[in-house]
Design a protein around this ligand. Sequence first.
Ligand code: PNW
Length: 448
Amino acid sequence: QYVSDFAWSSATSAYQIEGGWNADGKGESIWDNFTHAGRSHNNETGDDACLSYYKYKDDVQLLRNLSVGYYRFSLSWPRIIPTGEINDGINQPGVDYYNNLIDELLANNIQPMVTLYHWDLPQALQDKYEGWLDQSGIIVKAFADYTDFCFKTYGDRVKFWITFNEPFITAQLGYGVAAFAPGHYSPGEGVYYAAHSIIKSHAQAYHIYNNTYRESQKGQIGITLNSNWADPMTRTDLEHVEASQRNLAFATGWFADPIFGTGDYPDIMRYNVSTFYLFPKLSKAEKLLNKGTSDFFGLNHYTSHLWLSSASTWLYQVPWGIRKLLIWIKRTYGDPVIYITENGISEHFSDGLDDDIRVNYYKNYINEVLKAIKEDDVNVKGYTAWSLMDNFEWAEGYSERFGLHWVNFTDPERTRIPKKSASYYRSLAGNHEFKSPRERDEFHYGTF
Ligand code: PNW
């Protein structure tokens, strides 16, 4: 009675941990530009962050001590290709940094799970083409060339690729309300065009891998979507049930329907949006290109609407929400393989090593994942704790800590210390599989 081959993992992203923002020929990213303009909390930046550009070997030892078999990290596009366009040249020291990290992981028996785009677009692509707003095809081509280079360079050792992390957040926060880089304000219209070129870019990268590299490299490639569970206030009132469905379609279906479903945007979204704004169309050929372009459903899940809170204004603790969401994904998208690529909770900057809140969060959420696997037959193959260590939390700067390891940001060495949650997580991952006994189902899952 256990789930074997379960992938236990922990995650970070390049801009949030690396530092070395202009080291050894790295190009500027939209997050360098955004934070240097003072647009994050307290004028904080990722210029140094956790200094993982220099301390990656220490990070690998943290992972080893957690007993995880996988590490999810991201590649910084401008560290590899400074202007974003491959014809302008690559940056060899940046390429080597990831070669070294990957080799160090494998030498320690940890498999890399590599995200190709975790929000740090080369600034030059934003300046020249308006980044993801570009509809001419240039941005899609630039991303395709970059991913092709990565498959060619790292694919002999990397067997798990994620094209985009949370395109919803890029579109809405980056090009909608301007809370994230590049800080472009265009809610209601720009957001749909940004999403449009991201979906096309994802599909291109998938096909490049599929056609050119899959056979020899034998890896898998997919996308990671963020999704909150939207619980209807009552199940007996159709209006509330429909509101919940609408929320899931706008937040998750926006990307999941094109990639895991019909190839096209959800109808309900097109009808609602096109009443007020221009809503981009996917041609018949594009729909075919989108459909089925992910070997797994990468899921980042933190919260549901709306219960116990945390240090992040948007994050409420609702363990059973993850189980309902997993069941919804299974039913809506034809029972895909699911990897949970992020789950976790924040504390305040002043909080320390006794992170009981995080221990409880992981205990309760992972227990619900276990129920989804055992009771509901959801095909979950892996679980990833966000984050390996405290890091630069985007617009919130260093004010929120998500780490299993505590980082001393006033120490030039950025010392990392395991929190209570690190030993708790180790106790789960160290078994390499789920062995806990079944728990009885206390909820009723009949209505969606
Ligand atoms: C995700 N929201 O971001 C990202 O993938 C991580 O880089 C990040 O550190 C982590 O979750 C914790 O925030 C999100 O406002 C950022 O709803 C903001 C939101 C959701 C996810």
